[in-house]
Design a protein around this ligand. Structure first.
Ligand code: ADP
Length: 520
């Protein structure tokens, strides 16, 4: 342990006892020699400079405990030199003793102190007096250095203790986690594994450090895939996320885990290791499997039920029609009304059944398109014409340029716009205008169906395209299938459909359909 050793008093005293440096500055060589002779007995390193600039150069190179500075020098005098010394951060507090041959006048002294002198000696000086002064400054400097060394050692020790504490806290935290956690060295070897992993895998800490011991616990079918992904991450430094199965020691069961591995980087961005975690997702995966199976069974049941209903509904519709035709013109008015009502209801049921079948087809990817040249303007007018007798309180307008032709399945597109117009009418219970606008855009056509109805809340604008999803509850009827089918059809054409609405009643909604002119 190096840190406590640094605190031993003899160690710092030793450091402080090595000679310190004293800088002597005088333009007379004889004076410098005299100073050297006086100070030599102190056993310190004495450095001589013959001018202010030379002294400054020395100060750039190293630290001094003290500077003895002659005031009277040609060129840069002592005061100017002292001023420059004080300007530098590193030498701002280095003590300076001015040496002067004359003038004990107070103003001169004051000027000297103002330039940063720590003391003053007038030539000719008494050797012992000068030596005592210098000795005092050297002792002060040493004391200062000792304090600094102790402070640094204390810091170091405190940092060491804090690091150990935080390391222990980290280990405790990681050991208490339900996840499996590993710390890896930069080359991928395991340096630490948490208690969760040791218990799950039935390994000792030493065994867990051996990569092959860890690898043996991965499901044989996942080993190659995991190994490749990990090798890629080691090469590129990319974080890794993958699912794999790990064998549980206590019963030999393989359970699914979500594994994440992140690189640890130093301040320069260099990878210094990896942290890997694995979270048990086995129960969640099984629950999803069960849900998926249940959902598939439900879809299958709906499709089969729809298929079974189709034939009797067709028959019922035909019988209603036949009954009206056979009864001839003298049919009782009440009977005629009932037969028409019956025909309408059966037709509606048949269309719901067709919707259920379409949803099934789309899900299985079995919706086939009969492509042909479709004049969009004509198609939109036909759709609107179909609704006109039913939409007494609504005015439906079509605005489409002539000759807007695209490759598409006419019947399926008609189904899309019939859906959109039917919705526009259904969700505008108070009446209001409905508008269909088509325009040509580069390589595509853009149709907008706008109503002034109840609008759609912002958070629902995407969800309404999901099967069985309704933004307005059951009050308006409908199964919530029309938009899901419309989106399926539009996307099969390579197009996009979306809704926009401020979500306020009376302001309404717009449905946008964009279709490529030529399917690529
Ligand atoms: P539904 O048969 O329920 O109308 P859709 O799939 O056609 O099924 O529509 C899904 C939901 O989207 C609707 O239940 C309704 O809440 C909302 N919606 C569709 N069109 C409009 C519209 N023009 N104005 C307001 N809401 C609409």
């Amino acid at each position: 342990m190096e840190a406590p050793q640094q605190l031993r008093p003899d160690a710092s005293a030793e450091a402080a006892l090595s000679p310190t440096s004293i800088l002597m500055v005088d333009d007379h060589g004889a004076n410098l020699l005299a100073l050297e002779a006086i100070l030599e007995p102190l056993g310190q390193r004495l450095v001589k400079a013959a001018s202010g600039p030379e002294a400054l150069r020395w100060l750039l190179r190293q630290d001094f405990a003290l500077i003895l500075l002659d005031v009277q020098m040609p060129g840069m005098d002592g005061f100017e030199t002292a001023r420059l010394i004080r300007q530098r951060q590193r030498t701002r507090y280095t003590p300076i003793i001015f040496l002067t041959a004359h003038s004990r006048e107070e103003t001169h002294l004051v000027h000297g102190y103002a330039m940063g002198a720590a003391d003053y000696v007038v030539k000719p000086f008494h050797p012992d007096v000068l030596r005592w002064k210098v000795e005092a400054f050297v002792a002060l400097y040493r004391q200062q250095q000792r304090l600094q060394a102790q402070e640094a050692a204390l810091w170091e020790r405190e940092r060491h203790i804090l690091e150990r504490q935080s390391e222990q806290r980290f280990r405790r935290l990681v050991d208490s986690m339900p996840q499996l956690v590993w710390a890896l060295l930069v080359d991928g070897t395991v340096s630490y594994a948490n208690r969760g992993w040791l218990e799950y895998a039935g390994l000792t800490p030493e065994q867990a450090r051996r990569s092959e011991e860890n690898r043996r616990l991965i499901h044989p079918e996942d080993v190659a895939r995991c190994g490749q992904a990990w090798a890629r991450s080691l090469r590129t430094g990319e974080p890794l996320e993958q699912e794999y199965r790990l064998r549980r020691a206590k019963d030999g069961e393989f359970r699914w885990f979500l594994g994440r591995t992140l690189p640890e980087r130093d301040e320069d961005g260099q990878i210094v290791g990896w942290i890997a975690t694995a979270t048990d997702i086995d129960d969640a995966r099984k629950a999803v499997e069960v849900l998926r199976a249940a959902s598939e069974a439900k879809d299958m049941f709906l499709t089969m039920a729809a298929h079974e209903l189709r034939t009797p509904l067709q028959a019922a519709r035909s019988y209603a029609h036949l009954a009206r035709v056979r009864s001839g013109p003298e049919m009782d008015e009440g009977v005629d009304k009932a037969l028409r009502g019956l025909h309408r209801s059966v037709t509606r049921m048949a269309s719901l059944v067709e919707n259920l079948l379409d949803v099934g087809r789309l899900q299985r990817g079995e919706l086939r398109l009969e492509q042909g040249d479709v004049d969009l303007g004509t198609l939109l007018h036909d759709v609107v014409e179909h609704f006109q007798p039913l939409a007494q309180e609504h005015h439906i307008a079509v605005d489409a340029p002539e000759g807007l032709v695209l490759r598409a399945d006419r019947e399926r597109l008609e189904q899309v716009f019939t859906n959109l117009v039917a919705n526009g009418l259904r969700y505008s219970p108070g009446g209001g205008a409905l508008r269909l606008t088509a325009r040509q855009e580069p390589g595509q056509v853009h149709v907008e169906v706008t109503d002034r109805g109840v609008g759609i809340p912002q958070g629902q604008l995407e969800h309404i395209f999901e099967r069985f999803n309704r933004a307005h509850g059951i009050s308006y009827g409908g199964l919530g299938l029309g938009l899901a089918i419309s989106r399926g059809i539009v996307e099969r054409h390579g197009g996009r459909i979306w809704a926009e609405s401020p979500g306020r009643d009376g302001v309404g909604s717009s449905f946008h359909v964009v279709l490529p002119k030529q399917r690529g």
